[in-house]
Design a binder for this molecule. Structure first.
Ligand code: BTN
Length: 257
């Protein structure tokens, strides 16, 4: 079903079931004669093969949560700056959820946490052409009204489990899409030259484990460290108990919870 909602002036395709909303958008792009409009968004009540980070699957009970993907054409963005999109989307999601609960943070690179538990995540699938980006399919999965989790995700939580009440999923969806659109348009127009730096600073302020020493694991083993910053290229900088700086790209280090 294709909906156009007054408050979100882009095509919103609402599906009962699909393999994966990211996959649906990818196929829509490949079969369309004209490219679909930027911010075209697909939601699903249920995904039969939802995709997560690191090749994992994304499981979500039917009709309880938010599963959606939105389409961007960030052709103004250099490949080496692509992490900024991940920052922008993470901030948009954190800010919307923070309107409903305290203690929402971003776990590097782009998981959404409440305290030590995961409320959601995102999967950005980017197409590149040389040193520029062509397209980004931004897929977001958030646990909103699910009461219990039986799958093998290690530490899931829903907004309902935090606040003790049901939430209006469409209101949260539209809130997130508005925030993404507003930040994205500011980034694209470039009217505030320091906007990338502002986003990066904001992202760092919202990080999970921003303060104190915590346990991590890399290819050499377990260690304790404090978070110094996430650099604009997405590298996580930690400082261990010996005062040594350690830099990591995605998948090179794990947070020990
Ligand atoms: C993660 O592993 O943390 C990322 C999860 C991303 C899941 C969302 S649900 C909507 C969209 N469609 C998918 O197949 N994956 C993303």
């Amino acid at each position: 079903m294709k909906l156009v909602i007054q408050t979100f002036p882009y095509p919103l395709i609402c599906l009962e079931q699909t393999e994966s909303t990211n996959e649906y958008l990818r196929q829509l792009c490949s079969i369309s004669d004209e490219r679909p409009e930027e911010f075209t968004t697909v939601t699903a009540e249920y995904q039969t093969a939802g995709k997560g980070q690191r090749g994992n699957s994304w499981e979500s009970e039917a009709g309880q949560n938010l599963l959606f993907s939105t389409l961007l054409y960030p052709t103004f963005c250099l490949v080496r700056n692509q992490f900024i999109l991940s920052q922008l989307v993470s901030i948009a999601v954190q800010e919307e959820l923070a309107a409903w609960s305290d203690e929402i943070s971003i776990k590097w690179p782009n998981d959404i946490y409440w305290r030590e538990k995961k409320m959601g995540g995102m999967l950005l699938e980017n197409n590149l052409n040389g040193s520029y980006m062509i397209r980004s399919i931004v897929g977001i999965g958030l646990n909103i009204n699910q009461d219990c989790f039986r799958g093998n995700a290690p530490n899931p939580i829903s907004l309902k489990q935090i606040t003790g009440r049901e939430h209006d999923r469409q209101e949260i969806l539209i809130g997130i899409l508005h925030r993404i659109e507003s930040y994205y348009v500011q980034l694209r127009t470039g009217t505030i030259p320091s906007f990338p730096a502002i986003l990066s600073e904001r992202y760092n302020q919202l990080l999970f484990r921003r303060i104190g020493y915590h346990s991590y694991q890399d290819s050499k083993g377990l260690f304790r460290a404090r978070l110094l910053e996430v650099e604009s290229d997405g590298r996580l900088l930690l400082e261990d108990l010996q005062g040594k700086e350690r830099g990591y790209l995605f998948k090179e280090v794990q947070f020990v919870l």
